[in-house]
Design a protein around this ligand. Structure first.
Ligand code: HEM
Length: 514
């Protein structure tokens, strides 16, 4: 007989236990672990009747039938929770079970298996089928996904993966601050600068070079990727949340938008990678390559199971996924600091203590800066970065919220609601909640599943260490030099979502040099 250890080594103990539980659930007296009756999938509450119909059931959630669009989906989902309770079943394209209890989120993550499935974005699936081009990391599933992801885990998720690039990324942040100090930027120009900052910062990782995006006449091609990345986000959100449907049958405007955008991202990345490759070859030939230099491209080229084309796809994904997301969340962080000047001052004090008025942000300083980390985490809690939270397709039958949910069903872990419902004074910006020295906070942070801005588990964000580092860096440099404030009309900024959070109207910051 197989020992428990052997079964576990085969990676199947958890799923075995769950399968046994699932079988038990189908019997007439099914009970969950806390001895309450497990109810069938069909009985999960949610909008019924015509709202269950394909296509139309989703479109009815949006304008002109309600006041919502995919950009305000969080408000819509909150209304559904108020009406139906903590587990809701509704149509967002396909049927989706939306969960808001952290315990249920944990159950889903515990059973996601070796190849967690995030639902593919249909418009992208169709694009890949029609064009035959290679799918990217975010789209692939199963072993094909794992083949691209594993080499990146080793290179991007280690403790020092991002700090290796600190020196180069410090320079990018310094250049940003110089421009802020010397030019009178309009709010729109400033907003654009945040995108350029994120793109410039990740380019030193993907292409081994500065792109010069802060120059008066930057390379047009690099700027095009920024715009293309925004377009991919908008089209993807409309497809994921069931607003765009016709792309299935013909090239509607949303499809044309994503077709053009992915085409631009791929072709321009291919050119940048090819250039970086030539530079690398020249440096190897001339013996200029430093053995210890951080060089993602070089290290991926050494990976025998990755084709050159895979590397281009990886770099395209990292460059575009790493631009829009980071640029938007930096602004939200600065917004929260501007609205809470006393917290801004506490953070500035920590910065001065650790790096002084002009010093670079070092890995050592960063490891000491607990308030900086708490301040950003609190910003993520208050204004959740992603439109919906995390999505998965269940790999096995599960019991969540006392309902049986079969394998293959889409679940949406709606962190934004949990991030408000499980905290005291949830609308207040209180970085102190995340500081271990404050006892009242431990209670708040007890459930680790709630604020997961980068997702969780094997399928979580591969760029998270870089995203955090870039945000920490820019916030540090800005606070070393300026008081951050808001023009009165931006004080009550409304946030909407284009996959990631963004201000409905450009935020009007006031940076006062001191
Ligand atoms: C504040 C900035 C960012 C946020 C909030 C964010 C958030 C996320 C989230 C929520 C996911 C899905 C995780 C899951 O399903 O569990 C994700 C996936 C991903 N992110 Fe990020 N991200 C950010 C920055 C970045 C950066 C800088 C990069 C690249 C350098 C990046 C690359 C990716 C990729 C490639 C995936 C797909 C991973 C996979 O499917 O294996 N992200 N991100």
């Amino acid at each position: 007989m197989m020992s428990i250890k052997t079964i576990y080594q085969l990676g199947s103990l958890r799923s075995l236990v769950n399968r046994i539980a699932a079988r038990a659930m189908t019997s007439s007296t099914t009970m969950s672990s806390n001895q309450t009756e497990v109810k069938p999938f069909e009985s999960i509450p949610g909008p019924g009747g015509i709202y269950k119909w394909p296509i139309i059931g989703t479109l009815l959630h949006y304008k002109p039938f309600t006041r919502h669009t995919p950009e305000t989906l969080q408000e819509f989902l909150n209304e559904q929770f108020d009406k139906y309770g903590p587990v809701v079943k509704l149509r967002l394209g396909p049927t989706v079970v939306v969960l808001s209890d952290p315990k249920d989120m944990e159950t889903v993550f515990r059973h996601e298996g070796k190849y967690p499935k995030r639902p593919q974005i249909e418009i992208q699936t169709i694009y890949y089928k029609r064009t035959g081009i290679r799918e990217d990391l975010g789209h692939l599933q199963g072993p094909a996904w794992h083949a691209l992801r594993a080499p990146l885990n080793r290179r991007l998720l280690k403790a020092d993966s991002a700090t290796l690039y600190l020196e180069q990324q410090n320079e990018v942040a310094d250049d940003f601050v110089k421009i802020l100090a010397s030019k009178n930027l309009s709010p729109e120009e400033l907003e654009d600068m945040f995108y350029r900052y994120a793109a410039e910062s990740i380019a030193v990782v993907t292409f081994n070079k500065r792109l010069g995006l802060f120059d008066p006449n930057p390379d047009k091609i690099s700027i095009q990727i920024i715009e293309a990345s925004k377009a991919v986000m908008i089209a993807s959100q409309d497809s994921l949340l069931g607003k765009s449907v016709a792309h299935k049958w013909y090239k509607n405007s949303t499809y044309k938008m994503i077709e053009k955008a992915i085409g631009t991202i791929r072709s321009t990345t291919a050119a940048s990678v090819s250039q970086a490759y030539s530079v690398l070859q020249d440096r190897i030939k001339s013996g200029q390559l430093k053995e210890d230099e951080p060089n993602l491209l070089l290290s991926l080229l050494a990976e025998k199971d990755l084709a050159y084309e895979d590397i281009v796809v990886i770099m395209a994904t990292l460059y575009s996924a790493g631009t829009d997301s980071t640029a938007k969340n930096i602004q939200v962080f600065l917004y929260n600091l501007a609205r809470n000047p006393e917290k801004q001052e506490l953070l500035r004090r920590e910065i001065f203590e650790n790096v002084g008025k002009n010093g670079p942000l070092t890995a050592k300083a960063l490891s000491n800066m607990v308030y900086l980390k708490a301040a950003l985490k609190e910003s993520f809690r208050l204004n959740f970065p992603g439109s919906t939270g995390i999505m998965r397709i269940l790999n096995e039958d599960l019991v969540v919220g006392n309902y049986r949910v079969p394998s293959g069903v889409r679940v949406l872990l709606f962190n934004p609601r949990a991030a408000k419902k499980n905290f005291e004074n949830p609308e207040e910006y209180q970085p102190e909640r995340w500081l271990r020295s404050d006892d009242s906070v431990k209670k708040d942070t007890a459930h680790n599943m709630i604020v997961q801005p980068f997702g969780h588990g094997a399928r979580s964000c591969i760029g998270r260490r870089f995203a955090l580092q870039e945000i920490y860096l820019l916030a540090t440099k800005i606070l070393q030099n300026f008081h951050v404030d808001l023009q009165p009309e931006s004080y009550e900024t409304k946030f909407i979502y284009k996959l990631f959070i963004e201000a409905e109207k450009t935020i009007k910051f006031k940076f006062t040099k001191f």
